[in-house]
Design a binder for this molecule. Structure first.
Ligand code: GTP
Ligand code: MG
Ligand code: ZN
Length: 345
């Protein structure tokens, strides 16, 4: 579409050639693209050129489990009836096995460019959890940025930064007091015009606070963490896209998400291989086929741990994720029940 770059509204919303190329000549005439800002029971709030409304989210011909609109999706709606015609193919889709249900998949967000992996400089900080999110980012092809909040609550923020940086060469790590606009402004570069950033992480780490600070507003509810254990109160309950103002604020979109209790992994073999490329490279050298790399004498992983070139804790985290992926992946009917397959995190 020739209007792609000149049409500021659609461009601001993240409209790209990738999406416009999917429209047939007929759809160009009869349909209008809109982006999903939030999802409610059976309905979606959408924004398009001169159009913001809540529409029914039922597809004319529903298909597989990913065939339903999620936050960040681009939809085609009929100009005349304003009904949903189709979901455009996504540049990326974040999903996870729905907690407590082996058959369903929860769609977290679509068409995300960058993932803010938010954790705080306190008890929440956990390299295994960050690795899980890194795997997810790899799998869908979004740029990961580790955002360490509550830097003001620790005397040694650099310790957290160093631990996070060690997880992946060249990983972007930002550390800040998420309530401070001047510090939060360092994140604006990741969310330029039309770009979409999703914030994920545990409850109480300050995802909504960051969105508020970046927008210069306090419209999203936030809540103090529990005094006894420092855990969040699951304040945010819906996934929602929020627009950033222009100028120093970038002009992009932030998807705020509810804090996750657990992040199970399924269909992420590629992501695991890439995030743990140091471990998988050694595993490939192991001369035993079907080696569990646990304690077989002569195993390459065991040798690398003994030599000090591989961190045993990291190998253990790799093994856990790889096993979990194996258990949760494949056709739903063949999945092992997670209740039997392993303990919940
Ligand atoms: N000291 C300090 N407090 C912060 C910081 N960021 C957030 N907080 C506080 O942490 C508490 C939780 O923040 P929220 O923004 O509600 O956390 P959330 O990640 O959105 O939590 P859920 O919506 O439950 O997933 C609030 O009281 C915030 O004011 C920070 O950088 N420093
Ligand atoms: Mg929140
Ligand atoms: Zn081995």
């Amino acid at each position: 579409m020739s209007t792609d770059t000149t049409d500021s509204t659609l461009a601001q919303l993240g409209w790209k050639a990738f999406f416009s190329d999917q429209l047939s000549a007929e759809q160009r005439l009869e349909c209008q693209p809109v982006r999903v800002l939030s999802v409610h029971r059976g309905r979606v709030t959408v924004l398009g050129e001169g159009f913001e409304d809540s529409i029914a989210s039922t597809l004319p011909t529903p298909g597989g489990p990913e065939d339903r609109p999620t936050v960040g999706d681009w939809l085609l709606i009929d100009r005349a009836t304003r009904s949903l015609v189709r979901i455009l193919d996504r540049t990326s889709l974040f999903k996870r096995p729905a907690p407590g249900d082996d058959r369903r998949v929860q769609l977290i967000a679509a068409n995300v460019d960058t993932l803010f992996i938010v954790t705080s400089c306190n008890e929440d900080f956990n390299v295994a959890r960050i690795e899980r999110y890194l795997v997810l980012a790899r799998e869908v092809g979004a740029r990961p940025v580790v955002v360490l909040t509550k830097a003001d609550l620790t005397a040694t923020p650099e310790r957290f930064v160093a631990e996070a940086r060690a997880l992946q060469a060249g990983l972007h790590v930002e550390v800040l007091d998420g309530r401070d606009p001047a510090q939060a402004a360092r994140l604006a570069g990741y969310c330029g015009l039309g770009e979409t950033v999703a914030l994920v992480g545990s409850s109480g780490v300050g995802k909504s606070t960051l969105v508020n600070t970046l927008r210069g507003s306090d419209s999203i509810a936030t809540q103090a963490v529990r005094a006894d254990d420092g855990k969040g109160r699951h304040t945010t309950t819906v996934r929602e896209m929020h627009r950033l103002g222009g100028g120093v604020n970038g002009g992009g979109w932030l998807v705020d998400t509810p804090g996750m209790r657990e992040l199970q992994m399924a269909d992420v073999a590629t992501g695991v291989t890439e995030v743990f490329d140091d471990v998988t490279a050694v595993a490939l050298e192991c001369r035993f086929t079907n080696c569990s790399h646990l304690d077989a004498p002569g195993c390459a992983i065991g040798a690398a741990i003994a030599e000090g070139t591989l961190d045993p804790a990291r190998v253990q985290r790799w093994r856990k994720l790889a096993r979990e992926d194996g258990e949760n992946s494949g056709p739903p009917g063949l999945r092992r029940s997670r209740k039997q397959g392993g303990k919940r995190r």
